[in-house]
Design a binder for this molecule. Structure first.
Ligand code: MN
Length: 576
């Protein structure tokens, strides 16, 4: 595998200028010297990995910047190098892409479903650019292909992350082929027993089905040609193993109930031919009622288009057909990347200009899916124009040093972060590091920042923090502390403080006497006792009394709560 292979692939969709070729070569040389002497877990030279990733990116038809960034994607992770160096050598666009991929490396999935959806969103928010996501998907694909060389404890975590985060992302971007590959690679690591079971189950039926489908192919071909549909590409396609497994879960694990174990694909030139082909198939064999699906007229939310039908074939074997145009086929396999490839092929425009071509809504079913993720993202054109993923406008996602995701409102500070992680961490926050640099506590956090809070025992929250915190949770906790602090000060200053105690009660005969008795036991002289009953479910007894210390106040409140009929006790410090 060499850089020339990549240049060749990159030149398939559009002719590369000499300086584009030079750029790719320079990126390769830089990566090669950066990874010099490094080995993958498999023992092969490290550089093979970025080469594989870049080849995948080139096959997707992405631009020269993305291909170069793919070659460089692990340089900053594994060796001493920074964004400034990248930018100096390769320009802003590539430096931005490499930085994006490096940031995404910090995301770790630890395994709850609730977390998964957040993580997927954060992934896109941090990536900021679809190209970053696509590079990362190719990176993950190659890492999955070589997962067996990793230590066992890592295998499971990485495979689960692939299943929960990467495969769904690929699906939502409409990249069905990558999604299927990622899932199938992760499957044996995440569910080893189920995988073994499935392989045994599927072996014979799969072979039978492949032979069966091969028999049908010439029959259809002949009939299509009679209808003047020429050059149709007809082939059988075995279902991806993991999606087969998921389907089996819904069908009592009975493989005989799965009609698309091997589906027949008919790929034609035009939409008219799609419907003509459907007619031909239905003329040959009787369709199963209710299983004809027109995803051309009504595409799936991720943009998928095809005609599906299921028929009773020869020997009454139930068989699924998928009928689509070449363009739809490419879209189904490559999703958003296919759109990219199309515009790339058709125009000589620069990357920024091309963004506008993307805005053709008809072509972009996948955008509607992305929009569903965040309803407030209302103008797909804007989004596409820059290819920036900034539709999580009001939220940012930052990381703990362990890689856990913390979701915060825009403008949030390390104090908001600290309280979100744990109240004690907020209360004892003394300083903060963001991306390993010391920063002030009112620093505004950004997507993908790795935030570390420095705590100091016995440190107290400061009322100054109230001026900059953004989350209600942090505000409440700081206020509670500040109030407590003031109270301690109030008691200690005077050696006594007038407190207003408010008791919600279910009134009964003798209640007030019991309450007064307890106050007297504490040797406290009440200044006044009043009650309020108007518009209340529970009447209120209000006692004003001087109290010596916070400690005494707390003890008194505990005692009052034990009185039968007292439902709730609260207090207020009165300024004398
Ligand atoms: Mn990598």
């Amino acid at each position: 595998m060499s850089v020339n292979e990549i240049i060749e692939k990159a030149g398939v969709k559009s002719v590369l200028a000499d300086n584009d070729k030079d750029l790719i070569r320079r990126a390769f040389d830089f990566a090669q010297s950066a990874h010099k002497g490094q080995k993958r877990q498999s023992g092969e030279p490290y550089i093979n990995h970025p080469l594989k990733v870049a080849l995948g990116v080139a096959e997707m038809g992405l631009d020269v910047s993305a291909i170069s960034a793919a070659l460089l994607h692990d340089v900053c992770e594994d060796t001493s190098c920074d964004t400034a160096t990248m930018e100096k050598n390769f320009g802003k666009d590539i430096a931005f892409l490499v930085d994006g991929v490096t940031k995404l490396d910090k995301i770790r999935f630890h395994g709850t479903e609730r977390e998964a959806e957040n993580l997927r969103k954060m992934f896109l928010a941090i990536a900021e650019d679809i190209r970053v996501v696509l590079i990362k998907l190719m990176d993950r694909l190659h890492n999955m292909e070589t997962l067996s060389f990793m230590p066992a404890d890592k295998q499971k975590r990485i495979a689960l992350e692939t299943l929960e985060i990467y495969a769904p992302l690929a699906y939502r971007l409409g990249i069905g082929e990558i999604k299927g590959q990622l899932e199938d690679l992760a499957f044996p690591f995440v569910y080893p027993k189920e995988y073994e079971w499935l392989i045994l189950q599927v072996k014979d039926p799969l072979e039978d089905r492949k032979k069966y489908v091969a028999r049908l192919t010439p029959i259809i071909k002949e009939e299509l040609e009679k209808e003047n549909v020429k050059n149709a590409d007809i082939h059988g396609r075995a279902k991806h193993l993991f999606s087969l497994y998921k389907k089996l879960l819904k069908y009592e694990m009975d493989i005989n109930k799965i009609f698309d174990l091997v589906a027949l694909r008919i790929i034609v030139s035009t939409i008219e031919e799609c419907y003509a082909a459907l007619g031909v198939v239905h003329k040959l064999w009787r369709p199963v009622p209710g299983l004809v699906k027109d995803y051309i007229a009504l595409p799936k939310p991720n943009g998928y288009r095809s005609l599906h039908t299921t028929i009773f074939g020869p020997e009454k074997k139930v068989t699924e057909f998928q009928i689509r145009t070449k363009e739809m086929h490419l879209e189904a396999e490559q999703g958003i990347a296919a759109h990219w490839a199309y515009t790339e092929g058709k125009s000589t425009k620069s990357y920024q200009e091309k963004g506008i071509i993307f805005a053709s809504k008809k072509e972009l079913g996948w955008v509607s899916q992305l929009r569903d993720w965040q309803k407030e993202f209302s103008k797909p054109d804007e989004f596409i124009e820059s290819l920036k993923i900034d539709f999580f406008k009001n939220r940012i996602f930052v990381l703990t040093p362990k890689g856990d995701v913390i979701d915060l409102p825009e403008g949030a500070t390390p104090i908001d972060f600290a309280y979100q992680v744990h109240t004690d961490i907020g209360n004892q926050a003394a300083g903060a590091r963001v991306n390993a640099k010391m920063i002030p506590l009112n620093f505004e956090l950004h997507n993908g920042d790795v935030v570390e809070i420095i705590v100091q025992k016995n440190k107290k929250p400061s009322s100054d923090w109230l001026e900059f915190v953004k989350t209600a949770g942090a505000r409440k906790k700081i206020q509670a502390h500040v109030r407590q602090f003031r109270e301690v000060a109030a008691f200690s200053q005077k050696g006594g403080q007038v407190v207003e105690l408010r008791l919600s009660v279910r009134d009964r005969i003798g209640l007030l006497k019991d309450v007064s008795g307890i106050v007297a036991d504490f040797k406290i002289n009440m200044k006044s006792v009043t009650s309020e009953t108007k518009n209340r479910v529970y009447p209120l007894i209000i006692i004003n009394a001087p109290i010596k210390s916070r400690n005494q106040l707390e003890k008194l409140m505990v005692k009052l709560k034990t009185v039968k009929g007292v439902e709730e006790v609260s207090y207020k410090l009165l300024t004398s």
